[in-house]
Design a protein around this ligand. Structure first.
Ligand code: AMP
Length: 600
């Protein structure tokens, strides 16, 4: 039976008061199951990841069992990173704010050991720390465990991944046998089983992962793309949506630095966090992030452990993570505490099997979404300007009405015409140009064109049947076909440019289904988005214009530029105009997007 109230969990009044003030209405599944068992001093293996409320699940029983009149260390919580250790202590402090006499200390590498030795002299009853620094204090005999009766290993699998197995063994071997031990982990590898066997007594396993490994509050999306477009796609995701804070994950430090640099140059308030940074730098960045003074934080997986910010709206996996578990951890940074979140995974065609492996593990099918289009970005920009015009902080002085009078007399324009012009000018001045030309989800062989056909798996189409169908209706021989990609209800195929017109004009049927063929880029860019909005397919003329643009940009050598992602984007943004536009706009980059009315 579900426990719907913390009152039913045998928790003392000061903690209940704190929980009520924090707005915790009912215990999460891991809390419902773990708290009663932990209060009975049972050993626990909790299979749960960040976002499930696991800290509170072990934190409340731990606090309840501390003898506040004693000045001995009674509980030790071991966590893989300093950030997670600090986050745990913060949570414990929140829950125990009305408990008299409770003292806790976080110890981690990167902070002066002398400072920690002094703090240990204040006799904390709870120690939260990273394995390396706990060991340091053990060696120096500044931390003794003879009175410890509770030990928690949080994100235990991550500690093993980080090579802390020996340290954990040393710590656990030093803690009295009668201790209660709780382990929380997203996975349960063999090494962890061994730890459980060696140090736990009849542990109870609580698994809150199986039904719902990733939160239902998170919309999980995948964007199929090629490497050269990734940075631009991140910027489009940021521009096309109203996310307050976005977290982007890369697989390596180098890629973190490169992407952060790209976003910085493009005017975002961005910072990065990775293992090569000094603790002070990391603290500085985390502080900016916490205070919402960044639009986007770019991070490696390990450095992002323990990021305790609840208001992350979107997580972007710039790289497909090497381990499926990482994906779960990444997206768990948003959609926390009942909020909505969205995750984007950028993957190329060859990574489809990796995406499928992630989906298999999370039991969630990712939604394939298109690259945010110029239309979407422009709509968002209009919203931004409207918000700013309506904002109370915009003070209009009396001279403005004189200006409008002069403008109206000189031009003979009506007020509404003037407003339209001013709005257009404001848009132009505030944001760089954006167009869909040159950005697509795929790389096409030189000399080939990629086409869309409305036949897919749903119609039992195979590469052979697509070739047969197109060849029969156009006379283009099967030997000319390039790559063929089959999706649910449509496919893409490549043919040499010289056959394009012949194939585009063709029509026919495939097993009674009437077939049509279009240029794939347009489908990817505008049409798909417009269709999603139940809207209008762009007119033939608009599409034709766009095609002309593409052709002329190809002719003028733009294609050559597309080899480098940053060069590609500047060529693309300027759409045939000078790329200086963007650099001059970016002279203000220190202020960031929001500093400039969120204009880039
Ligand atoms: P955790 O899984 O421990 O990282 O917790 C995820 C977030 O959920 C933290 O911000 C907690 O403060 C919050 N949280 C934990 N338990 C509850 C609860 N019962 N109700 C609402 N929020 C909670």
């Amino acid at each position: 039976m579900d426990i719907t109230n913390f009152n039913e969990l045998n928790i003392s009044a000061p903690i209940l008061r704190a929980l009520a003030e924090l707005g915790y209405e009912s215990p999460t599944p891991i809390q419902q199951q773990a708290i009663p068992l932990a209060l009975e001093r049972k050993d626990i293996i909790g299979l749960a990841q960040t976002g499930t409320g696991k800290t509170c699940a072990f934190g409340l029983p731990l606090l309840e069992q501390i003898d506040v009149t004693s000045d001995k260390v009674q509980a030790v919580v071991v966590a893989p990173t300093r950030e997670l250790a600090m986050q745990i202590t913060n949570e414990l402090r929140k829950y125990s704010q009305y408990m008299e006499g409770i003292r806790m200390l976080t110890i981690y590498g990167g902070e002066s050991i002398e400072k920690q030795i002094l703090a240990l002299k204040k006799r904390p009853q709870i120690i939260v720390g990273t394995p390396g620094r706990i060991m340091d204090h053990m060696r120096r005999r500044t931390l003794r465990f003879q009175s410890v009766s509770m030990v928690v290993l949080d994100e235990a699998d991550e500690m093993l991944n980080m090579g802390f197995k020996e340290d954990i063994d040393t710590i656990l071997a030093d803690i009295p046998e009668y201790k209660q031990m709780m382990m929380f982990s997203a996975t349960f590898p063999a090494e962890l089983m061994e730890i459980a066997k060696n140090y736990q007594v009849d542990p109870v396993t609580i698994n809150v992962r199986s039904q719902n490994i990733t939160s239902q509050n998170i919309r999980q999306c995948v964007i199929e793309t090629v490497e050269a477009n990734k940075a631009e796609i991140v910027s489009r995701i940021l521009d096309g949506n109203s996310y307050r804070i976005c977290l982007v994950f890369c697989n390596t430090k180098k890629r973190v630095d490169e992407l952060a640099e790209y976003l910085h140059i493009h005017g975002y308030r961005v910072n990065s966090i990775h293992g090569d940074m000094k603790q002070k730098e990391r603290d500085y960045v985390m502080n900016l992030f916490r205070k919402s003074q960044l639009d986007v934080l770019v991070a490696t997986d390990v450095a992002a452990r323990g990021i305790d910010v609840d208001h992350v709206d979107a997580v972007i996996s710039y790289d497909v993570p090497e381990d499926e578990e990482y994906y779960v951890h990444r997206i768990g940074r948003c959609g926390r505490a009942g909020r909505e979140g969205v995750s984007y995974l950028l993957a190329n065609k060859r990574q489809r099997s990796r995406v499928a492996a992630i989906e298999k593990m999370t039991k969630v099918k990712m939604e394939e979404v298109p690259i945010p289009t110029a239309t979407q970005i422009k709509e968002r920009r209009v919203d931004i300007l409207i918000e700013e015009i309506l904002s109370d902080s915009l003070v209009v002085s009396g001279e403005m009405s004189e200006c409008i009078d002069v403008l109206s007399q000189r031009s003979g324009m009506s007020l509404s015409e003037i407003s339209e012009k001013l709005f257009a000018l404001l848009l132009k001045k505030s944001f760089p140009e954006v167009s869909d030309s040159g950005i697509s989800n795929f790389d096409v062989e030189p000399g080939y064109v990629r086409l869309y056909i409305n036949l897919g798996n749903q119609h039992h189409a195979s590469p052979a049947s697509i070739i047969k169908c197109v060849a029969a209706n156009t006379g283009v021989s099967g030997k000319h076909f390039g790559a063929i990609d089959i999706s649910g209800h449509y496919s893409y195929f490549e043919i040499p440019e010289k056959f394009k017109d012949k194939v585009l004009g063709a029509s026919g049927t495939f097993e009674a289904h009437s077939v049509h063929i279009e240029i794939a880029e347009e489908v990817q860019a505008d049409w798909k988005f417009a269709a999603k909005k139940k809207g209008n397919k762009p007119s033939r003329r608009e599409r034709k214009n766009e095609q002309e643009d593409k052709k002329s940009s190809k002719k003028s050598g733009k294609k050559e530029e597309s080899k480098s992602s940053s060069r590609k984007s500047s060529a693309r943004d300027s759409k045939g105009k000078s790329s200086e536009g963007r650099s001059s706009r970016n002279s203000n980059k220190q202020e960031g997007r929001r500093g400039r009315g969120r204009a880039r």
